[in-house]
Design a protein. Structure first.
Length: 289
């Protein structure tokens, strides 16, 4: 009797997995078909490079959502080559990044460590104005090359080194990591790099890491937008007006994030670590290109 119950349970689980697989395939087919239709409609309205831009957003959101960061760096490396307006490209990245982070944070809500997150955010809010100040006064190529080179070097080091003992640090160190994240957020629209590195050095598991740096990234993005709005020259206000067409790229970003989150749930902590370190390298390359 017990053996029969076990077999029945296995059969039920297999059927449930099959149903889940069919549901996943259906979402994938419908989602991709919707993107094709959307791209066709947008191209008919005369938006240049829209098909390539949708693909760039979709691919970057899949890859970045596996680890939970680096969307702007990966997407920017492609968008700046396929969109005529750099301002429009930045707007697409910011809007899509906020949409992706909202979906990811909602999915990982239970893993958020609110107490430690507050320490990182305190440092980040202080760092954003410094980053925006540098953004407004430094040559773009110079700071992108410096930050990109640092990420490539450190990512390669993490991929090649032997496993090391986790750091035992306090709130002050966490706040400093958040401060650096705020600077890079204001400077390059990439607030997650240093906080991601720091969470990895602390030896936290993948869920706890993402429970810190993903809500940190989501929180820093509107803070950065507000800081740029308040600190930019008044003559640039008209150029930075938000175009409604950028919201057409959000479905591609959300579909890619959905795929990425499903892949993330299948990773072990070691596999997650390899993905994060590889994305650090790719993020550096994306910033330099």
């Amino acid at each position: 009797m017990q053996k029969q119950s076990v077999q029945t349970g296995k059969l039920w689980l297999g059927q449930r997995a099959g149903i889940g697989g069919v549901g996943t395939a259906a979402v994938a087919v419908i989602g991709v078909a919707s993107l094709v239709v959307e791209g066709t409609l947008l191209a008919a309205q005369g938006i240049p490079g829209v098909a390539y831009a949708l693909v760039a957003v979709f691919v970057a959101s899949i890859v970045s959502s596996i680890a939970g960061f680096a969307f702007s760096a990966l997407c920017g490396a492609m968008l700046f080559h396929v969109m005529d307006s750099p301002v429009a490209a930045v707007q697409v990245m910011i809007v899509c990044s906020i949409a992706i982070q909202c979906l990811s944070v909602a999915t990982l809500w239970r893993a958020i460590d609110w107490r430690n997150l507050g320490v990182f955010l305190a440092g980040g809010v202080l760092g954003v104005p410094a980053g925006v100040l540098l953004l407004l006064h430094l040559p773009t190529a110079a700071y992108r090359t410096v930050i990109g080179g640092m990420l490539i070097s450190y990512g390669c080091y993490l991929l090649l080194r032997w496993p090391a003992r986790a750091l035992q640090t306090g709130p002050l160190s966490d706040s400093c990591a958040g401060f650096l994240g705020g600077i890079t957020g204001g400077l390059a629209g990439f607030p997650g790099a240093f906080v991601t590195i720091w969470c990895g050095l602390k030896g936290w598991d993948r869920a706890r890491q993402r429970g810190i740096y993903q809500p940190f990234i989501l929180s820093m993005q509107p803070v950065t937008l507000i800081a740029i709005h308040l600190m930019r020259p008044s003559s640039s206000a008209a150029q930075a007006a938000l175009d409604w067409k950028v919201f057409a790229f959000v479905p591609a970003a959300l579909l890619g994030a959905w795929f990425g989150l499903r892949i993330f749930k299948r990773l072990s902590d070691r596999q997650f670590e390899l993905v994060v370190n590889t994305l650090l390298v790719l993020s550096g390359i994306g910033l330099i290109l």
